[in-house]
Design a protein around this ligand. Structure first.
Ligand SMILES: [Zn+2]
Length: 96
């Protein structure tokens, strides 16, 4: 199975701060429950893929690196990763 996840979106920090500052306790609790459910779902996906020796982000086996699909799993160095490939990774997964 292969899948391709879009690169992470940038966070609008100012919008986030205003949203949190103006939220009621009930809204914050609801948001925390949604975040926890999202975290739990992502953790389960990560664990299941890791057991299969696959990357949960792109769906490829850890040993496979494809130059047309840069991914952070390359940093595990189970494939033939070269230091010149690092820019491809941070262009796909920018540090925020
Ligand atoms: Zn990957």
């Amino acid at each position: 199975m292969t899948k391709h996840r879009a690169p992470p979106r940038r966070v609008d920090v100012e919008h986030f701060i205003n949203t949190v500052a103006n939220a009621t306790e009930a809204e914050r609790n609801a948001r925390n429950e949604l975040d926890y459910a999202k975290y739990e779902s992502e953790y389960q996906a990560f664990s299941a893929a890791y057991e299969r020796e696959e990357c949960y982000l792109c769906g490829l086996p850890f040993k496979i690196i494809r130059s047309d699909r840069p991914c952070v799993h390359w940093l595990l160095r189970r494939g033939k990763f070269k230091k010149n490939d690092i820019p491809k990774i941070y262009e796909t997964f920018p540090i925020q």
